[in-house]
Design a protein around this ligand. Structure first.
Ligand code: DGY
Length: 337
């Protein structure tokens, strides 16, 4: 009997075709996001789950899916998945790295440029018919070329942003938990406080973990230059949004370009009235080509798990099988918690 896969959103046709070669597929095609009760019912008989970053894959969900072997998250970030709960139930979790790196870096740079050059304010002026003509002091922004860019988290996407910065003649600093032996794109290591103090632009590219939640809070924002701009395309909770709102309103930093928020949706009511914030609805990877590539990769990950092969992008490995009777009993009791 072919395994069952539950998909929480409409897959692009070619990804659905690929998944159907291996599994009997049920997809939720209703308005997003899938209601929790529908998700719990959908996974009841599923061997595999292909899901979105907006769905909480926790112990309760895993317990509602006794046959589940794999969770393929359609995102590079997987803070929505309880990895320990998955590992305890022998469920493999996968993500979609690499295929969205360049697209997300494009968006980070777009936000950086849009905020520096006040593009949304300009668009609003023209669109509302309020532009009365060329003026020497109208919408003066900040130069990007030659400025210093601080990258918080020089992983795949951070490095892709650093490469773009090279083309703008920017000096690039980076901070990582671990200093790299050889950093790409001429990036130079700085401690986080030094990076914040020295950068004209700060772009965040760390994953959301317990260690990075509110990594940038009031104290960190206070270290930044008054002329500096913060860009966040990683996860909203990495930045303390209330502190950021205060800093933008008081002008202790110059601006922010944000693709992610602490609560999504609806996004930040308090930031909406601030002209020095450019706000995007979590569209870092949103191009047709990249979203299709993410779907294909998520399917490849899931079909690998369902056919007993090593998936290309595991983020949590199957626990080694324990063989003693007491270990088997304890595994069973963990599974049914
Ligand atoms: C991710 O993949 O984690 C992004 O936030 C959405 O593409």
């Amino acid at each position: 009997m072919r395994p069952r896969a539950f998909v929480t959103f409409p897959l692009p046709a070619e990804a659905l075709r690929l998944l159907r070669r291996t599994a009997r597929v049920t997809s939720y095609d209703g308005p997003q996001p899938i209601p929790r009760a529908t998700l719990l019912a959908g996974v009841r008989d599923a061997d595999g789950l292909l899901c979105l970053l907006t769905e909480r894959i926790d112990a309760a969900l895993l317990d509602a899916a006794p046959k589940l072997r794999g969770v393929a998250n359609y995102a590079v970030g997987y803070n929505n998945v309880d990895l320990a709960a998955a590992a305890a139930r022998n469920v493999v979790v996968t993500n979609t790295p690499d295929v969205l790196t360049e697209t997300t870096a494009d968006l980070a740079f777009a936000l950086l440029l849009a905020t520096a050059r006040r593009l949304v304010e300009g668009d609003t002026l023209v669109r509302r018919g309020r532009w009365s003509g060329w003026k020497p002091d109208q919408l003066l922004g900040r130069d990007v070329h030659g400025a210093t860019l601080g990258i918080v988290g020089l992983g795949r996407i951070g490095a892709a942003v650093a490469r773009r910065a090279q083309g703008f003649g920017m000096k690039v600093l980076y901070w990582n938990r671990r200093r790299l032996r050889r950093a790409p794109a001429g990036a130079r290591y700085a401690t986080l406080p030094r990076l914040l103090a020295a950068s004209d632009f700060v772009s965040i590219h760390v994953p959301l973990t317990d260690a990075t939640r509110h990594l940038v809070g009031a104290a960190e924002l206070a270290r930044m230059k008054r002329s500096a701009i913060l860009v966040n395309t990683s996860r909203g909770p990495v930045v303390d949004e209330a502190a950021l709102t205060r800093a933008l309103a008081a002008g202790t930093i110059a601006g922010a370009g944000l693709d992610v928020f602490e609560r999504e949706p609806p996004g930040p009511a308090a930031l909406r009235g601030l002209p020095n914030a450019v706000l995007a609805p979590h569209v870092g990877s949103a191009t047709t080509a990249t979203r299709t590539a993410m779907a294909m990769l998520a399917v490849r990950n899931l079909t690998a798990v369902l056919t007993g092969r090593e998936p290309p992008n595991p983020v949590a490995r199957r626990q080694p099988r324990r063989s003693t009777p007491s270990a088997r009993a304890s595994a069973r009791s963990t599974r049914s918690r």
